[in-house]
Write a protein that binds this ligand. Structure first.
Ligand SMILES: [Zn+2]
Ligand SMILES: [Zn+2]
Ligand SMILES: [Zn+2]
Length: 119
């Protein structure tokens, strides 16, 4: 169970070590090498436990955010870290995290930032 993104509905197989992780932080916690990112993702649905693939170069959030086997909706953006303490000292950090709405495109950091490549 991933403690970073408890809402995660899928596990992602990394191309560097070919293991399944819920999020890049889990990879970092258990591996001592850098995460290798990919646009051709191998995923496992946590609901039906079946594997499927997504090519992020052809990813439509409207239709491709569902498990093809059980229609489990895996919303990467819902996997936000727990609420940040609303203290004044935390506001800079808070703003930085909120601004990080690109997480949907990056699939929690498993994938490279395609927007830069595709312009
Ligand atoms: Zn790895
Ligand atoms: Zn995690
Ligand atoms: Zn499923």
């Amino acid at each position: 169970m991933c403690s970073h993104y408890p809402e995660a509905q899928v596990s992602v197989r990394t191309v560097c070590c070919r293991k399944f992780f819920d999020c890049p932080a889990c990879h970092e916690a258990s591996e001592d090498h850098a995460l290798k990112k990919t646009v051709d993702m191998a995923l496992i649905c946590k609901k039906c436990r079946k594997a499927f693939r997504k090519d992020l170069r052809d990813f439509d959030p409207e239709t491709d955010s569902y498990c093809p086997h059980c229609d489990n909706h895996f919303v990467f953006t819902s996997a936000q870290p727990a609420a940040v303490a609303p203290s004044a000292a935390m506001q800079n950090l808070d703003a930085r995290m909120i601004r990080d709405n690109d997480v949907d495109d990056e699939l929690l950091g498993f994938a490279p930032d395609l927007s830069k490549k595709l312009g």
